[in-house]
Design a protein around this ligand. Structure first.
Ligand code: NAD
Length: 420
């Protein structure tokens, strides 16, 4: 029985490349453990008068290549193991997309849907004041992740700035544009996923996006923006889903013919994509098993496992979420000839544009959306080609190629800096 523990999965992935690179045991040991793990108690008196103590985490995995960087998630199932895995993946991601950041991740074990906006704001401010010495523009720069958004980042920036007596926009990324956010940041992860999808379709299916069908699990920031970019490229979306359930369009064409904005508006109004008119409601499990050229998991980890990898019908899986595929599922799909574009490459557009935001903040600058998107396009295509070239040279899958590329860069920085 495979371990579904996210950090074990991250360690299994790391172990899978040790025969492909020369890595001193000393460095391998250092990479296996995060440099720091901070756990904070966040006592909060809620608006309804009850008192609850939430647990907050920040894990800093490695900063050999630059300040720690990584999102903050609010979710009831956040655990130390999950945050540790996500922090390690951030280290690899920043190295693959080649930006001068290390890897970190944070989270609070909370169901934000059960809190009022005021409670959420106070919880966010408590989290920042508890971690005030651990974060900073040159130390560790948080960003949005599951259930956090530009508003959360605005509160974080304001709290940190209040504690420091001056405005510090570069302490977080993914902020609203009005207070130093970057053009194109909100859509960046999804846009990057779609660019990877397009390149993978060209390379492996020798096809045009207009002839490609796609199933997407998750319709939050990443899922919805992936769908938007894919629709702009002409791809046919044949299934989408969110936490409530999934939807397949009815009718002869079997793909969503309405515009993206109509889809988004309907899902916002009705509370779920599964409630959009003229669809067959399906389960999230059925989304994974949809007959489509591409499958894009964009929700949570551990969605494609040894239990359903056999049923995946897509030719290519593009990992928009972090860690959606378990190591056992990887093996099953590889045996079945299904290509997989790994998370540390596919969803790196988010941290890339976060880096652009940080650079703009430090320079008191503001780039146009066109400039941001052009740079995103260039860096994503370059990283995709680097990973594909290495995979072909070494005869390995894209996940291991991306990891080899990343680990080599991180170890080189550790060695040059004299880490031992
Ligand atoms: P989000 O909170 O905006 O959206 C999450 C989506 O997943 C929602 O549609 C939600 O309904 C759905 N979902 C939740 N639980 C589900 C379940 N059990 N089954 C099916 N769907 C479910 O979060 P997001 O920012 O879009 O993040 C999604 C994934 O992408 C996460 O793995 C995150 O770590 C990763 N990611 C996010 C970013 C970013 O910039 N936001 C960057 C890189 C990676």
């Amino acid at each position: 029985m495979e371990a579904e523990d996210p950090f074990n999965n991250a360690l299994t992935q790391l172990a899978s490349i040790t025969d492909l690179i020369t890595i001193d045991n000393e460095y391998y040991e250092m990479l296996k453990s995060p440099r720091r793990e901070v756990i904070v108690a966040l006592p909060l008196k809620l608006g309804d008068g009850t008192s609850v103590t939430f647990t907050g985490y920040r894990v800093q995995h490695n900063n050999a290549r630059g300040p720690y960087k990584g999102g903050i998630r609010y979710h009831p199932s956040v655990t130390l193991s999950e945050v540790k895995a996500l922090a390690m993946w951030m280290t690899w991601k920043a190295a693959v997309i080649d930006i001068p950041f290390g890897g970190a991740k944070g989270g609070v074990a909370v169901d934000p849907k059960r809190l009022s906006n005021d409670d959420l704001e106070r919880l966010t401010r408590k989290y920042v004041s508890a971690l005030e010495r651990d974060i900073g523009p040159e130390i560790d720069i948080p960003a949005p992740d599951l259930n956090t958004n530009p508003q959360t980042m605005a509160w974080m920036m304001n709290e940190y700035s209040r504690l420091h007596g001056h405005n510090v926009p570069a302490v977080v990324t993914g902020k609203p544009i009005e207070i130093g956010g970057s053009e194109g940041r909100a859509a960046a992860t999804g846009r990057g996923v779609a660019i990877c999808a397009r390149e993978a379709v060209k390379k492996y299916l020798h096809s045009d996006m207009k002839d490609v069908s796609v199933a997407v699990q998750g319709f939050g920031n990443v899922g919805s923006n992936t769908v938007k970019s894919l629709m702009e490229m002409g791809a046919k979306i044949v299934a989408i889903s969110d936490v409530v359930g999934g939807a397949r369009p009815k009718g002869p064409r079997k793909y969503f013919e309405q515009s993206f904005s109509t889809l988004l508006e309907a899902s916002n109004k009705l509370g779920s994509v599964s409630l959009i008119p003229n669809v067959d409601q399906i389960s999230n499990e059925q989304v994974i098993e949809t007959e489509a050229d591409l499958l894009i998991p964009a929700a949570l980890e551990n969605q494609i496992t040894e239990n359903n990898a056999q049923k995946v019908k897509a030719k290519i899986v593009i990992e928009a979420a972090n860690g959606p595929t378990t190591p056992m599922a990887d093996k099953i799909m590889e045996r079945r000839g299904i290509r997989l574009v790994p998370d540390i490459l596919a969803n790196s557009g988010g941290v890339l544009v976060s880096y652009f935001e940080w650079v703009q903040n430090l320079n008191r600058d503001h780039w146009t959306e066109e400039e941001v998107n052009n740079r995103l396009e260039h860096k994503m295509v370059h990283a995709f080609n680097e990973v594909v070239t290495l995979a072909e040279k070494d005869g390995i899958d894209l996940r291991r190629a991306a990891l080899v590329l990343a680990v080599n860069k991180v170890v080189a920085a550790m060695k040059l800096s004299g880490w031992h």
